[in-house]
Every structure is written in C-alpha cells, then in structure tokens.
Design a protein around this ligand. Structure first.
Ligand SMILES: [Zn+2]
Length: 396
C-alpha cells in the first residue's frame, strides 16, 4: 500500500499554556449532552432501506465469492473467488457491528437477525460481542480492567509474566502480530470461551451464539471438502483437500483476524493517547473524544470498511448509523479539533505507534518500551486539585 507520508497527527490547538489553564479546562470538560448536541437531527435518523441495502451490498460479494469458489474450475479462479468473499467478511462484520449497536435499522428484532447473520462469516458470537464491545469497550474506553481491547500492561505486570508469555506479548505488538493478538486474546479467549456475566440467561445466549459460529465453520468445511468442484485441481485428493481448506477457510480467517487486530489497535492506541488505571480519573470526554483516533485510510478501503474509521463520532454516540457517521465526525472535528486525534495512515506512523506504545506507566501516564523506558512525554498529570489533566506543553 503506497500512502504519501503526511504529518502523523493533527496538532492539538493551544487552549491554555499554564497548569492553571489546564485545570480550568478540566473544570469545563463538556458533558455527554453537550458533546452530543453538536449532532443535528439527521445524525440519528435510521433507515430500514439504507440498513438493508448496505447489508445486501455486503452480503452479495460474500455469496457470489463462495459460489465461485465452489463452482469455478482451477486454482486461480478459486483463489480469485476466495479473495472476493474474504473482502466481504469485514464489510459484513461492520454491518453486524452497527446492528449490534441497534443503529443499523429502526427495528430491534431486525437488527438482531441481521447482526447475527452478518457476524457469522467473521465467526463472531453476536451476544458476546454485544457485551465485550458495547458494554465494556464503549462504556469504559481506555480504562484498564474494564476495556479489554489492546489494554497495555504495566512494566510490573509484564515482568510477572512467564518468559514465554513475555515473548508472546512482544510479538503481539508487531505489524503482523496484531492479528495473532486479536485471534488469540479477543476471539478465542474472550469471544469463544471465557466471556461470562452474572446473568444465567445471557450466558446461555453467549453459548447459543458460539454454537452457531461452530456450526457455521463445520458447514464451511463440509462444503469445501465435499461439495466443491475439483476440476483442474490435480489428482492427489489429500493435497487438493488441504489446498481447498487453506484457501476456502483458513487463509480468509487469518486475514480477517489480522485486519481486525490492525484496525482496533490503531483506533485507541497512539503515542498521544493515554490509558486510565483508575475509573475515577476517567470522564466521557477523556474516553470518547480524547482516547479515540480517527485514522484516515485510502478512500477505497474506507468504503469497504463502511465508515468505521470515523471513529470519534461512533464513540461519542454509537447509536448513530454508519451511513451518517462521516457528517457527524466532521461536526465533532469542527467543535473539538484540538482534542481529537486525526492520523492520516502511513506505514511510518503505524510502525512508530507499534514501537512506542508497548507498555504503559499508569502512575506517570507515559508509554514505555518493553525495558520500561519512556517513549513519550507525560500525557496526563495531576493538577493542584488532584485531577488528571493534559499538561499544557502536550497541547501544542
Ligand atoms: Zn462500536
């Protein structure tokens, strides 16, 4: 991917140049209501037609790609068909994500059905996603022990790990390891096995949705092995079966998990974005405006990703349908430009974040490398009243 090198961060605008000014800013932190009042009445307007149309547009390449994979002859055509349905997995998942926020259409029952179908190709259990994403991640963005997504370890936590697990954590924060993190920590561990709540009925729903994922995978394997046309694929049936499984099931899931790890890592991890060790220090504004990164990707990729990169607006109000997000993000950037991190995506910027954001010092609010050496200035410090504020010098 060739992307022109551009400045990595839109510099925060100066809003005060002394600790006193910083404290004054905290006292005047906009409330949820104030922040959301930037959106006009169009922002929340849901449309069954738009929601279902976007679902159909995303489902079509998945179905056609699958059909092509099963019916077309020869390896090259099958690989091309698999590329088509693999590309549809994230598009469908983002439709499911919106449905799960009850934002896609005005009808809750319809959102629940569409959401479950749209999340199956990406092998996600809908009810578990609802809990982990909507309640934990959106409820407590960048708060340790609440938000489980890419939570950085402190140096002490890292040192307590076994040498093998320390190595795993080092590998997670590499350009390719982000996918391993997502597949292991978020999908297998949290999503498919460990997530659990106090409510027994919800837990049963978790397992029902996990079962639907397992059955969907079994169905895919059965189709690949027993219903796929093998004309022109060679005579060694074991090798052909292995090749088909790789192209039709394994590689699409590996690529999909990598994309998820890649995207969600960059949504809330950046050298200018802090984490919070104590929920008392966290505010709606700190979490949903200042701890979200608007990563700008090339337009064609943004289209496949259905505006999910317009992420600040999504966090300020997850009930805004994806088809209204672009406008909502613009309004927020006009209102709070100095506090919203906008990052035009560059390879250099991605590697810089991976290199600097490895461990986090929750006392001094600095990112650290794996040796515990600070890689960023202090992102937050306490004012005289004991409140955590952004130091004036980090605000441009
Ligand atoms: Zn969300």
């Amino acid at each position: 991917m060739t992307v022109e090198m551009t400045p990595e961060v839109t510099p925060p605008s100066p809003q005060g140049d002394s600790p006193v000014a910083a404290a004054a800013e905290v006292a005047a932190v906009p409330s949820v209501k104030e922040v959301r009042s930037n959106f006009d009445e169009h922002a929340h307007r849901k449309s069954t037609f738009k929601g279902l149309l976007l679902f159909a547009i995303s489902l079509l390449p998945f179905v056609l790609g699958y059909w092509g994979f099963v019916e077309l002859h020869g390896w090259w055509l099958k690989i091309a068909a698999a590329a088509v349905f693999t590309g549809a997995i994230p598009a469908l998942f983002i439709i499911g994500h919106d449905a799960c926020h009850q934002a896609l259409t005005p009808h809750s029952w319809l959102n629940k059905i569409v959401g479950r179908i749209a999340m199956l190709p990406g092998c996600h259990a809908y009810a578990v996603w609802d809990y982990g994403h909507n309640s934990l991640h959106h409820g407590w963005t960048n708060v340790r022990s609440k938000d489980l997504v890419w939570t950085p370890l402190s140096k002490e936590e890292y040192d307590r790990l076994s040498p093998a697990y320390r190595l795993v954590h080092r590998l997670y924060r590499t350009w390719w390891g982000v996918g391993a993190y997502y597949a292991i920590e978020m999908w297998i561990k949290f999503g498919m096995t460990q997530a659990k709540v106090k409510n027994a009925k919800t837990n049963r729903l978790f397992w029902a949705d996990r079962l639907s994922v397992v059955l969907f995978v079994i169905a895919q394997i059965a189709v690949v092995l027993f219903a796929t046309d093998r004309t022109g694929l060679g005579s060694n049936s074991l090798a052909v079966s292995a090749g088909l499984l790789a192209i039709g099931v394994i590689i699409p899931q590996v690529l999909w998990n990598w994309l998820m790890g890649f995207v969600v890592f960059q949504h809330h991890t950046h050298p200018t974005v802090p984490w919070y060790g104590d929920e008392q220090d966290w505010t709606f504004y700190a979490g949903q405006i200042q701890s979200v990164v608007h990563v700008e990707l090339p337009r064609p990729i943004e289209l496949i990703l259905h505006n999910i990169m317009e992420h600040t607006a999504h966090h300020v109000d997850p009930r805004i349908p994806l088809y209204n997000l672009e406008d909502a993000q613009k309004k927020l950037e006009e209102a709070y430009g100095g506090d919203i991190v906008v990052v035009p995506w560059t390879l250099r910027g991605y590697f810089d974040t991976l290199r600097k954001c490895r461990l986090y010092d929750y006392a001094n609010h600095q990112w650290l490398d794996f040796d515990g050496i600070a890689t960023t200035p202090r992102l937050l410090q306490r004012d005289d009243a004991g409140r955590l504020v952004r130091p004036a010098e980090t605000r441009g």
